[in-house]
Design a protein around this ligand. Structure first.
Ligand SMILES: [Cu+2]
Length: 69
């Protein structure tokens, strides 16, 4: 399953790397591509293991605003 997210608050490549890391750390996520401008993430995941809500929550815990897009 592929889900896009709008991610706000990333200001540099370090932020994008952090977001990539927290998404990829989730069980069930096989791929994450994060873009800085516009701020977003494309996540390939297994819906049996993880939900878009929990992916967005993980991004929020890292200090950024995420919304399924
Ligand atoms: Cu940064």
């Amino acid at each position: 399953m592929l889900q896009k997210f709008a991610v706000q608050g990333m200001t540099c490549g370090g932020c994008a790397s952090s977001v990539t890391r927290v998404i990829k750390a989730l069980p069930g996520v096989s791929e994450a591509t994060v873009t800085l401008s516009p701020g977003g993430a494309e996540v390939e995941y297994d819906p049996a293991q993880v939900s878009p809500e929990s992916i967005a929550a993980a991004i929020s815990r890292a200090g950024f605003e995420a919304q399924a897009a």
